[in-house]
Each structure stands twice: as structure tokens, then as C-alpha cells.
Design a protein around this ligand. Structure first.
Ligand SMILES: [Zn+2]
Length: 141
């Protein structure tokens, strides 16, 4: 289904976050198992070379260097206390529909802000490139 795959891309559901972990150094019995990472809002953001990188689907905070005794909720709270998901501090299954809707909005807002920042950076780089080209042209005349 198309709508489901679009939702999967933003890792809104714990199930999709769990599935995102292609590699992960810790087994199911550890504090930062894949299930517990996903429950605390993290999806896999690693690479073949660096497998222990995860990011939050709401605030976008990326964390690496996980240790087996790390608690995903504690780490999330420590590094992103402003995160809406951290503020609820409960897994998806314990959220009300209203809270879940609020998280969805926060997620979309974060993604739009990131896209806006990226576009602004691209526009700045483009302007700077053109300014340099014009200066070069003026100097050669
Ligand atoms: Zn977060």
C-alpha cells in the first residue's frame, strides 16, 4: 500500500523504526536492543562502516557510540530534552490519539524546517558562486 510506505519513510510507527535496523551491535537482551531503541523513538541511521548510529523520528537528534548498558530513553532525554517524544516519555502503545497526532505534527515540522534550512544553504551557496563569477568577469574587463 502506498500510504503505508510513505508513513514508513518517516518512521512514525515503532514497527517501521524496528524494521529500519539493518545492522545493530546489540542483542535483544541488552538495554539498547533494537526493540528498545525503536520504542524510545530511534530508527537506524547507520552505514555499513558505522553501524551504531540512530536518529529520533521526531526531533532528528542523531546519536552514535552506543554502549550495551545505555538506556535509549535516558540517552534521548540527556541529548534532546526538548523533544516532544521525550516529553511524553512513553512508548507509542501508551500514547493517546491526541498525543500521537501531536507527535506527527512535530515530526512534519522538524522535517520541513530541515528542508527549509537545506534550501536556504543551497541558495546562499548559489548566490556566492554567482557573485564570484561576476567579480571575476569585472576584473578581466
Ligand atoms: Zn527526539
Amino acid at each position: 500500500m502506498k500510504s503505508t510506505s510513505n508513513i514508513a519513510k518517516i518512521f512514525l510507527l515503532q514497527e517501521d523504526r524496528e524494521k529500519s535496523f539493518k545492522h545493530w551491535p546489540y542483542k535483544d537482551d541488552k538495554k539498547c536492543s533494537i526493540r528498545k531503541m525503536a520504542e524510545a523513538g530511534f530508527y537506524w541511521h547507520g552505514t555499513e562502516q558505522e553501524i551504531d548510529i540512530a536518529a529520533c523520528f521526531v526531533c532528528g537528534k542523531e546519536l552514535d557510540g552506543w554502549e550495551e548498558s545505555d538506556d535509549p530513553w535516558t540517552e534521548h532525554q540527556k541529548h534532546a530534552p526538548q523533544c516532544a517524544f521525550v516529553k511524553y516519555g512513553r512508548p507509542e502503545s501508551d500514547l493517546t490519539c491526541e498525543e500521537f497526532g501531536h507527535l506527527m505534527m512535530a515530526t512534519m515540522k522538524m522535517r520541513l524546517q530541515n528542508q527549509y534550512t537545506q534550501m536556504k544553504t543551497n541558495a546562499k551557496m548559489f548566490t556566492e558562486k554567482k557573485r564570484k563569477e561576476m567579480e571575476k568577469l569585472l576584473r578581466t574587463q
